[in-house]
Design a protein around this ligand. Structure first.
Ligand SMILES: *Cc1c(COP(=O)(O)O)cnc(C)c1O
Length: 369
């Protein structure tokens, strides 16, 4: 049996004509920058997650940069985040001229809220918690710490459209927050896309001006801006995917529950992160910690299961981080997890039979030892 990591061909073939038909009126309209298709998607997305303003941009990295700038992060400021995230979280901090300051993660692979305060300095401007892998950190605690220290919160909800905490969407807690629509995120398009969201009218207005060259109108610029606009073609695609996202999240949750139950039988060999009651996860990645990953990973791949590791080297130990002054041992939880974590396919195109096959294969691996 073959269990693929990538589900895009299957997802967008179901049925492909629907996407092509959706694009016809856009092509006929010639509305290729901003325009009614982008507006309609932005409104629909804002309503879905429950926020006042949603602003489409080119990708999640741009969304993070815009959010950081909007809350006033400037060169020389420090921004607190985690060393176990996708590169873009830190790339965005550095791109706006700020310095990333790491705090370790907890056993759920989320920012350890007990370690945040020790990382705050007079230079700290913002906390950038990540909803890593489609799962949420203790965001309410992050907000309380930020409020106590006069800091801004920017949520990196890039991989987590649809995740909720006590019924409230990830990406609606911080001051300005970022989402990605990269093909391998829960809300995905046929290329790149990103969304910045906020309830703050002034920040929204600033973002809309800055994203479009800083133009006040066609003949006047209010500030030096950039060009980061959501492509109307991607807005059309995203709109249809948003209509089906709840069904996809349900399948991911069913697969994850099934895997959790089956793997729990293996005791200490597989560490399943706690799943807090009030949280809905979207399982952008289904991650667990496993014993002897070095042998298990190739064993699964040989048997057709495309498992992966996100990621084997934490960000503070990457070559790019050399100037930040960190060393091995600084973030022991994240460093240990880097050797344990395994991403198992549990996405919407994985069937119950495939989940059973994955479980049987992992059980066989440990029982053969
Ligand atoms: C995907 C991702 C990003 C970047 O999004 P892009 O659209 O690829 O630029 C940033 N942060 C996290 C946590 C992500 O998973």
């Amino acid at each position: 049996m073959h269990v693929k990591y990538n589900y895009l061909k299957e997802q967008f073939a179901d049925p492909m004509e629907d996407y092509i038909n959706d694009l016809r009126p856009l092509i006929a309209s010639g509305e290729f920058t901003f325009g009614p298709y982008v507006d309609a998607f932005e409104k629909k997305f804002a309503k879905y997650i429950g926020v006042k303003h949603a602003i489409g941009v080119c990708n999640g990295t741009d969304a993070l940069m815009m959010a950081l700038k909007a809350v006033g992060v400037k060169p020389g400021d420090e921004v607190i985040t985690v060393p176990n995230t996708f590169y873009a979280t830190v790339g965005a901090i550095v791109a706006v001229g700020a310095t990333p300051v790491f705090v370790d993660c907890d056993e759920r692979y989320q920012i350890d809220v007990l370690k945040i305060e020790a990382a705050i300095t007079p230079k700290t401007r913002a906390i950038l918690p990540v909803h890593w892998a489609g799962c949420s950190p203790d965001i309410k605690r992050v907000l309380a710490i930020a409020a106590a220290h006069g800091l801004k919160v920017v949520e990196d909800a890039c991989p987590s459209v649809g995740a909720t905490i006590d019924g409230q969407s990830a990406g609606t807690f911080g001051h300005v927050n970022a989402f990605s629509m990269h093909p391998l995120k829960p809300l995905n398009v046929m290329g790149d896309g990103g969304i910045v969201v906020t309830d703050d009218d002034e920040m929204a207005a600033w973002i809309r001006t800055y994203q479009n060259h800083g133009m006040a109108d066609r003949d006047h610029i209010a500030m030096w801006g950039i060009n980061t606009r959501l492509q109307p073609t991607q807005a059309v695609i995203a709109s249809r995917v948003l209509d089906t996202i709840e069904g996809m999240i349900e399948v991911r949750n069913r697969n994850a529950r099934h895997l959790d139950e089956g793997l729990r039988a293996l005791g200490d060999r597989v560490k399943i992160p706690q799943r807090p009651k009030g949280n809905r996860e979207v399982y952008q990645l289904y991650q667990v910690g496993v014993e002897d990953r070095k042998s298990l990973l190739p064993y699964l791949i040989e048997r057709g299961i495309e498992a992966k590791v996100h990621y084997p080297l934490p960000l503070h130990l990457q070559e790019a981080a050399e100037g930040l002054g960190y060393k091995r041992g600084d973030f022991p939880v994240c460093e240990r997890q880097a050797d344990e974590i395994l991403t198992i396919p549990a996405h919407q195109e994985v069937s119950t039979e495939q989940v059973d096959y994955i479980m049987k294969t992992i059980h066989a691996f440990y029982h053969s030892q």
